[in-house]
Structures are given as C-alpha cells and as structure tokens.
Design a protein around this ligand. Structure first.
Ligand code: SF4
Ligand SMILES: [Zn+2]
Length: 139
C-alpha cells in the first residue's frame, strides 16, 4: 500500500512580499502605504525585532522606518570600546555592572568569533585526546 502524507501546512505569506519595492521607497506616500500594510501583518513584532537585532536601518520593517526604529531603541547612546562609534544604547547588551556592555553587539559578535577561532586548535586537540582515550579503553 502506498503511504499517504498530509499536505504541507500553508505557511503565512508576509504581505510585503507582494510589493517589496514599496518598503524601500523614499516617497512619503509609499512609506505610509507600507506602514499600513505592516499594521495588518501577523509577523510585525518578529519583523521589528529582526530589523533591530540585525541593525537594518533602511526601509520599513515592522511598521517603522529606519529613523523611527533607531529613535525607538536608542533612548540614549554611548561610545563602543570596540569600533569607537557612538551608538544607540539599544545596540548594546545589558549587563549587571554599569547597565550596558562596553562593546556594541556587532563588536561583541566579532570578538566572540575571533576568540572561538583561537580556541579551535585547543578544542580539536582535546577532542582527539578524548577519542584516543576511548579507543584505548575499548581495546
Ligand atoms: S511587518 Fe515586516 S513582514 Fe510584515 S508586512 Fe511589514 S515589513 Fe513585511
Ligand atoms: Zn562597536
């Protein structure tokens, strides 16, 4: 007997997919129209969070323009010790010491990637030694 599978679930299609140019236009009427479309979008919050997390400040995302998103997340700014740029506080992680990390999220990501790259040879050596010990124990 041939097995039957359920039809793939219908994925919601975000309304902006139908006219992406509208969301990156500089025309105030287009911007207003894009914002209205976002108003009825089920992904609005996730979209806004994505744009803020990825520092996307061009176009309408989650119903707000780039300037509006920056304004919304800033509430102040500080200088990053990594890139030395003065950036909105929303682009820094919170910490227990003085409230915000010394480096912006982008610089922290880069620093973590560099640290991990440095640690990789040690980690590989450790894994090799562990495998060797396992093989010897099994022999
Ligand atoms: S909220 Fe985001 S995903 Fe939804 S229509 Fe607006 S831009 Fe598109
Ligand atoms: Zn930085």
């Amino acid at each position: 007997m041939t097995p039957t599978y359920p039809a793939p679930a219908q994925r919601p299609v975000n309304p902006c997919r139908r006219d992406p140019d509208l969301f990156f236009s500089d025309d105030p009427d287009d911007i207003e129209a894009a914002k209205n479309i976002c108003g009825g979008c089920p992904s609005r919050l996730a979209c806004l969070t994505y744009a803020n997390d990825h520092e996307l400040y061009h176009g309408v995302w989650g119903g707000l323009t780039g300037d509006e998103r920056l304004h919304q997340i800033s509430g102040g700014s500080k200088q990053c010790h990594g890139c030395q740029m003065v950036r909105p506080l929303g682009l820094f992680h919170r910490n227990a010491r003085d409230g915000y990390s010394s480096q912006c999220k982008t610089c922290e990501k880069r620093r973590d990637a560099e640290r991990n790259a440095l640690r990789k040879p040690q980690l590989d050596a450790y894994k090799r030694a562990a495998r060797q010990r396992k093989r010897e124990a099994a022999a």
